[in-house]
Write a protein that binds this ligand. Structure first.
Ligand SMILES: [Ca+2]
Ligand SMILES: [Ca+2]
Length: 261
């Protein structure tokens, strides 16, 4: 949190943008979209936030807050995506070397106590070659699903009224863009090893057939089917060892799945 405030204090242009200056709301509509992903409980995840439909004048400051289920999800970090790397940070450090002591990129975040992620990207540079202009991944939320979490959909919701996005023009006037928010979620799947066709039955002929076809390269399993097929977890790949483990389990030569040595 300290770091977050330091940046706010350092970048006066940010204060202008988010302060009380008379603002003009541009007609342009930036899309902020959180993706939907599926992970297994206890697993790490990386959830991307994308920006698109950015006006040609670009963005030199964007901030928003996201709510999430802090009881089931632990956030480790928020890292910059490809479009957040505009060269602005390197140029700022060139101009003001002390800035490098206070922060290490234009992106910063803080975690609130109550399941909130506050995200800020800003640059004090006025040359818009350093602004965000491209569509793509803006930032990535890195976290882990707690081991005890139920298999549910855990939404990540942008707090619509707390979004600020825009730039400061050459007359030092803040221009705010309109925006559209598309929320996302992390869906937790419970693994059921050996249930390759996901019908909640382990080790049926249909499961063996699917796994054989995958091992033979005739089909490519993905998603939950692939995750359930990893019957031998010594190797994360799904291959003949997993088929052998499944067959041994069906022949009662193995009492449990997954086999892990
Ligand atoms: Ca099955
Ligand atoms: Ca395997």
């Amino acid at each position: 949190m300290k770091k977050y405030k330091v940046i706010l204090a350092l970048l006066c242009i940010t204060a202008m943008l988010f302060g009380s200056i008379l603002a003009t709301s541009a007609a342009d509509n930036v899309k902020i979209e959180i993706e939907n992903i599926t992970v297994s409980s206890g697993n790490k995840f990386s959830l991307k936030i994308n920006l698109s439909d950015i006006p040609t004048s670009g963005i030199n400051a964007i901030s928003f807050s996201i709510s999430y289920d802090a009881e089931n999800i632990t956030i480790n970090s928020v890292t910059g995506g490809e479009i957040a790397n505009t060269g602005a940070y390197e140029e700022e450090v060139k101009q003001h070397s002390k800035m490098a002591d206070s922060f290490d990129s234009c992106l910063d975040y803080s975690l609130g106590k109550d399941g909130k992620i506050n995200i800020l990207w800003s640059t004090g540079l006025t040359d818009n070659i350093y602004f965000i202009k491209k569509s793509g991944v803006f930032c990535i939320i890195n976290g882990v699903i707690n081991d005890t979490s139920k298999a549910e959909n855990y939404p990540f919701i942008i707090e619509d009224k707390k979004v600020n996005i825009g730039y400061v023009n050459t007359n030092k006037k803040a221009i705010y863009y309109n925006y559209t928010v598309i929320n996302g979620a992390v869906k937790i799947q419970n693994l059921l090893y050996g249930d390759i066709d996901c019908d909640d039955n382990v080790g049926k002929i249909s499961d063996v057939v699917l796994l054989e076809k995958h091992v033979a390269g005739k089909i490519t399993l993905s998603g939950q089917n692939f995750a359930n097929a990893n019957c031998d977890t010594r190797d994360p790949a799904v291959n003949v060892a997993d088929l052998q483990a499944l067959i041994k389990f069906m022949l009662k030569q193995l009492s449990y799945l997954p086999y892990n040595g």
